[in-house]
Design a protein around this ligand. Structure first.
Ligand SMILES: Nc1ncnc2c1ncn2[C@@H]1O[C@H](COP(=O)(O)OP(=O)(O)OP(=O)(O)O)[C@@H](O)[C@H]1O
Ligand SMILES: [Mg+2]
Length: 334
């Protein structure tokens, strides 16, 4: 098992993933507090350091590069300073910004102020909902063009307006055309938000977390039987090849057609920071599937990657060497 996971991980090198989704810039402000403001009963933060990180769909892209793949990001940004900073971050990874479409709205930025090891406040600058029709059309055109050279597609949905029914429909038409032309499969992996689930019909694999799976089906999941039932309902309703429900500390559960559910316990030994684990999961899944791995192997590999990322503080990615080393470790224990 581990040997061929090793080979899968090796084969991920250079695979091209088209990431379509809501782009977020994560802005951190670190400081310290020594007094309460004389103006209002709030702490005064002395700022020491600021950092901008790729978030949302851009964090999936970041994870793909860390795992040795290549990716192009399609989504929308504003005509503002933050979109320039975002382009710089993307250039730093060596990826192109040609999939960024400028809309009449701000680039989504989430700013966290952290002091004394604690988040003091978060403020968001964003405008959600459908962008103007010309922007939607430009985005879809871009997706149709870029899918031609992709080995797999990731949909990174935060329900902020990029992933619409029409985009998904035209993406899938383009995917099927390219599959015929190139004689290959192009898996489409969806990390969904639970709103408007009909958008995701026809994807290869959908990866909700347990709460999202509950909202998508209207069920509550309290035992294995309900877990299987929710996965079946989702798979049949959305006509997906498979459903992977991620379950935080309980690991994952994969349901394919005509198969028993496969449950995978978490590999995490220590847990420091679970944010972004879902992005690592879809990045690894897409790269593994693009390398020809089975759904079960892709899920197993994604689970190892997620187990590593939750053990890190402040970094939301896993390097290919770390992944290989962890697979080696597991192999030795067997
Ligand atoms: N507390 C935890 N302990 C152990 N493993 C975890 C924990 N949280 C997440 N993981 C690992 O990460 C994977 C994905 O996590 P989770 O199910 O929380 O996804 P998510 O809710 O979509 O995450 P995100 O907040 O990034 O959207 C899990 O399947 C598991 O392998
Ligand atoms: Mg998630």
């Amino acid at each position: 098992m581990t040997t061929h996971l090793h080979n899968t991980a090796r084969n991920m090198a250079g695979k091209k993933i088209l990431v379509i989704g809501d782009i977020i810039v994560d802005h951190f402000i670190w400081g310290s507090v020594n007094r309460i403001s004389p103006e209002a009963p709030v702490p005064v933060v002395n700022v020491n350091r600021e950092e901008l990180l790729l978030g949302g769909g851009a964090n999936v892209l970041h994870n793909i590069y860390a795992l040795g793949g290549e990716a192009l990001l399609c989504g929308i940004v504003g005509a503002d300073e933050m979109s320039g900073r975002l382009r710089d971050l993307l250039a730093g990874l060596g990826t192109s910004d040609r999939g960024l479409i400028t809309a009449d709205r701000p680039t989504t930025v989430k700013t966290r102020v952290v002091a004394q090891g604690q988040q003091m406040v978060r403020f968001d600058r964003e405008q959600t909902g459908s962008p103007e029709p010309a922007v939607v059309e430009a985005l879809i055109r871009c997706v149709e063009e870029q899918v031609v050279s992709a080995d797999a597609v990731v949909i990174s949905d935060y329900y902020k307006g990029v992933i619409s029914q029409s985009l998904m429909e035209r993406l899938l038409v383009a995917v099927h055309r390219v599959e015929q032309e190139r004689g290959v499969q192009i898996p489409v992996v969806v990390d969904p938000k639970p709103q408007a689930p009909e958008r995701f019909a026809g994807a290869t694999l959908i990866t909700p977390n347990q709460l999202e799976a509950e909202r998508l089906t209207g069920m509550t999941i309290t035992n294995e039987e309900e877990l299987v039932q929710a996965a079946q309902i989702l798979r049949e309703r959305l006509l997906c090849e498979a459903v992977l429900i991620t379950r935080g500390e309980a690991g994952m559960a994969l349901l394919e057609a005509d198969a028993e559910i496969v449950t995978i316990p978490t590999m995490a030994r220590e847990v420091f920071d679970v944010t972004g684990a879902g992005d690592t999961v879809v990045a690894a899944l897409a790269l593994a599937l693009a390398s020809g791995a089975s759904l079960v192997d892709a899920a197993a590999l994604a689970n190892v990657a997620a187990g590593i990322v939750v053990g890190k503080v402040g970094t939301a990615t896993v390097g290919i060497n770390e992944l290989q080393a962890e697979l080696e470790n597991e192999g030795e224990k067997k």
